[in-house]
Design a binder for this molecule. Structure first.
Ligand SMILES: [Cu+2]
Length: 176
């Protein structure tokens, strides 16, 4: 009895340790919650390459409502942005924005054995629905193959139900 309990405890402890590691392995956002009408720094964590090969390109799609986005350049990586029209006009404190960065592409090399982060800053517009999730579809192009982190969970499902879930950001209303 005592032994089996000890084993069970060990197994649960191992699971507790293993779970964050697994989540960490995909392309994931470091901070998974943001506040409406506030700035948000998106740190995309790339935990591994594709089938053991190095990542040569990382493409991050910027969700609608994440406005005034500026990507952070990375030493050793070429960075490109795709600028396009927003679905609507956003009124910020200073200007009205009708277009902005919709996608960021970094080209370089990240070995499968290594880890790196790709960073954007911007603002979560006040028109985004509170308690909704904004998705940041992310694609890794590697020496061999791709990882397409673009699966958006259907109603009632969670990202962990999918093999290549899109990184998600929970948006909440500001505290009163
Ligand atoms: Cu993974």
């Amino acid at each position: 009895m005592k032994i089996s309990n000890a084993i069970r405890t060990t197994v649960s402890a191992a699971l507790l340790i293993a779970t964050p590691t697994l989540a960490f392995a995909h392309a994931t956002l470091e901070v998974k919650q943001a506040t409406l009408k506030a700035s948000y720094k998106a740190v995309m964590r790339i935990g591994h390459g594709c089938e053991g090969t190095a990542t040569l390109k990382v493409r991050i799609q910027v969700p609608e409502g994440y406005i005034n986005v500026k990507p952070m350049p990375k030493a050793g990586w070429k960075m490109e942005t795709v600028v396009g029209k927003y679905a609507k006009e956003y009124a910020t404190e200073h200007v009205k924005l009708t277009e902005g960065v919709k996608e960021v592409i970094w080209t370089g090399k990240l070995l499968d054995a290594h880890y790196d982060e790709f960073v954007l800053t911007g603002t979560i517009d006040g028109s985004v629905a509170p308690n909704s999730t904004m998705w940041f579809p992310t694609v890794q192009e590697c020496e061999k193959g791709f990882n397409r982190w673009i699966e958006i969970p259907a109603a009632g499902k969670s990202p962990s139900d999918y093999k290549e879930p899109a990184p998600g950001l929970r948006v909440v209303a500001p505290a009163n």
